[in-house]
Write a protein that binds this ligand. Structure first.
Ligand code: ZN
Length: 213
């Protein structure tokens, strides 16, 4: 980008996977409209739309949290008692900094706290990167001979990875660069959380939901 003042439109999203009869959320989104206003976000609640693909949030089996920033974890209290997968570092941060309802949910659920790597259901490889936040993580998976990575905020837009350019906000440049570089070299398909392209390039299920696979 030539002009750093340029306004870039981004999305604030999360992923849902159905695998082996399980419903899995990868991050949760958020719903506080005051916070949305502070960040200049046009907030769109998708709870009604979600009913097209999920009967009831209480039936969600697992919630994988890439990191504890509000836009990734704040809706955690909408779920009943899912299994939660999160890095040990961001779990500790969440218990310290998140709202009371998120803390309570974390304490009430079965939580897998990951120090380095965790394989979930023989498909998803949760890996702590620690570039964007201390314990920020990504999720690798392979399907039909394609390698994907759900990037958390280690990569904001697909272009970060495609052009091998690190993100702008991080706690460890080195960890972020190592992740981006390796993913780029291996030709992984990035699934980031803030890229409107994801919505433009995939098939529409309803107004704010697209199907990727
Ligand atoms: Zn973040």
């Amino acid at each position: 980008m030539n002009n750093s003042e340029e306004i870039v439109k981004i999305s604030w999203s999360y992923y849902i996977a159905k695998h082996n009869d399980k419903t899995i959320f990868i991050d949760t989104g958020f719903r506080d409209e005051t916070v949305a206003n502070q960040w200049g976000i046009t907030f769109t609640g998708v709870e009604t739309e979600l009913r097209n693909i999920i009967d009831n949030l209480n039936f969600v089996d697992t919630v994988i949290i890439t990191h504890s920033h509000f836009d990734h974890i704040d809706n955690l209290d909408l779920f009943d008692t899912p299994e939660i997968i999160i890095s040990k570092l961001d779990y500790d941060i969440a218990l310290e900094k998140c709202s009371q309802s998120i803390k309570e949910k974390l304490l009430q659920c079965n939580v897998v706290t990951v120090e380095n790597e965790y394989i979930y259901d023989n498909l998803f490889r949760f890996k702590v990167i620690g570039g964007h936040s201390n314990g920020s993580s990504v999720v690798y998976f392979k399907l039909d001979n394609n390698d994907y990575v759900i990037t958390g905020d280690e990569c904001y837009w697909c272009d970060n990875m495609i052009s091998n350019r690190p993100i702008g906000i991080y706690t460890s440049t080195e960890n972020n660069e190592r992740f981006i570089n390796e993913a780029h070299q291996n030709g992984l398909i990035p699934l980031p959380f803030h890229d409107l392209k994801i919505f433009d390039q995939n098939s529409v299920i309803s107004k704010n939901i697209v199907r990727i696979l």
